[in-house]
Design a protein around this ligand. Structure first.
Ligand SMILES: [Zn+2]
Length: 97
């Protein structure tokens, strides 16, 4: 499903960006504090964790927005005019409205 691939992109981008930013920040903090080895080792892990959290948060926001707009939470298909039941596009259980 396209929506599931998008979820993976949020998580993957968050991880990659977080690890990259973490590496850069780790090098800077390490150089400033003199603990370069420690911070270069810690930076990517910390960054990846933060990136993962942001990615998961963005994913949840997208699902919320889709639900508010009357669309399927899983695939984003418009459920306008449907009364509960099942999403005709992906088969996800649609929230009763
Ligand atoms: Zn759906």
């Amino acid at each position: 499903m396209a929506a599931e691939r998008k979820d993976a992109i949020y998580i993957g981008t968050g991880l990659a960006l977080g690890a990259g930013v973490g590496t850069a920040l780790g090098s800077v903090v390490g150089a400033v504090t003199g603990d370069l080895a420690l911070w270069v080792a810690m930076g990517p892990s910390l960054g990846a964790a933060v990136g993962l959290a942001i990615g998961a948060g963005l994913m949840a926001k997208r699902e919320e927005a889709a639900a508010r707009a009357g669309c399927c939470e899983r695939c984003g298909y418009s459920l306008e005019g449907l009364r509960g039941g099942v999403c005709p596009e992906c088969g996800a259980k649609a929230a009763a409205r």
